[in-house]
Design a protein around this ligand. Structure first.
Ligand SMILES: Nc1ncnc2c1ncn2[C@@H]1O[C@H](COP(=O)(O)OP(=O)(O)OP(=O)(O)O)[C@@H](O)[C@H]1O
Length: 242
């Protein structure tokens, strides 16, 4: 069964023309357009199978985060269809989903409640999330005082413990230290064995190899290729070095 089906997805954004204030005012008076439209995603189609590890690879600005935001329901596409079979836990951008004035523990409770866990379920899962995050005393400190690595620990730990069917992981492995990255990789492999679907964005290609079965290469919002992870990484690296 497919966990995710994406068909002909297109997302346009508006970018202001690079003009001086005088230029903008002149355009305004002349009734000229002050923005140009561009496609962050253009006719993107792919499927992710259940319990598959699926990587999205692409250079800066290729559209990876935009695609993740659409999959998580944070923003909507202009065109295209998405079908998600199951519950989804998005771990996108480090601080997204974490409230800066709440402590680590309060953020865990809040995120679990938003995901639909009741008070008893939250009490059950809370010790596991705290233990995995390894934040020590900082679990009782507001998140605004956390480093990016600490936020990544908390976000990752919440996302992998709330028992979602599909987990979206965006670049979290880039900021964690070596022992934590190792622990995350191990956890992701365990989750796959349990039948969870993982969709991962990372510039750390080596770690993708151990977690993902297939990959999609995005370039300027368009799908270049989809296939076996080793083939796609080789293709991407060849392109980068040419
Ligand atoms: N809200 C927005 N308004 C206007 N343009 C945007 C918006 N969000 C993203 N973009 C643009 O869309 C394009 C794709 O951005 P996106 O963040 O999805 O790329 P990415 O592949 O995740 O890049 P990176 O690897 O640097 O994180 C970029 O040109 C970016 O400037």
């Amino acid at each position: 069964m497919n966990a995710i089906e994406v068909q002909h997805l297109t997302k346009n954004f508006r970018k202001p023309y690079d003009k001086t204030l005088k230029g903008h005012l002149t355009s305004l008076l002349k009734g000229e357009k002050r923005y140009k439209e561009f496609s962050a995603l253009q006719d993107v189609s792919f499927t992710v199978k259940q319990s598959e590890g699926f990587a999205i690879i692409g250079n800066n600005g290729a559209g990876k985060s935009t695609l993740f935001k659409i999959l998580s329901g944070i923003i909507f596409p202009d065109q295209g269809k998405i079908k998600i079979n199951g519950t989804i836990a998005p771990l996108i951008e480090l601080s997204a989903g974490l409230h800066r004035d709440l402590t680590g523990e309060e953020n865990i409770r809040l995120n679990c409640a938003i995901f639909g866990l009741n008070a008893k379920q939250i009490d059950e899962v809370l010790p596991d999330i705290i233990e995995f995050a390894e934040l020590g005393e900082f679990i009782n400190v507001p998140v605004k005082f956390y480093s990016s690595g600490m936020k990544a620990r908390l976000g990752f730990s919440i996302a992998v413990h709330i028992d979602a069917d599909i987990i979206l992981i965006d670049e979290v492995l880039a900021v964690g230290d070596k022992p934590f990255k190792k622990k995350c990789n191990k956890k992701m492999k365990e989750l796959k064995k349990q039948g969870k679907t993982l969709v991962v964005v990372s510039h750390s290609l080596k770690s993708l190899k151990t977690i993902c079965d297939r990959a999609l290469i995005l370039e300027k919002g368009k799908v270049v290729d989809i296939g076996d992870i080793d083939d796609m990484l080789e293709k991407y690296e060849q392109k980068a070095s040419s």
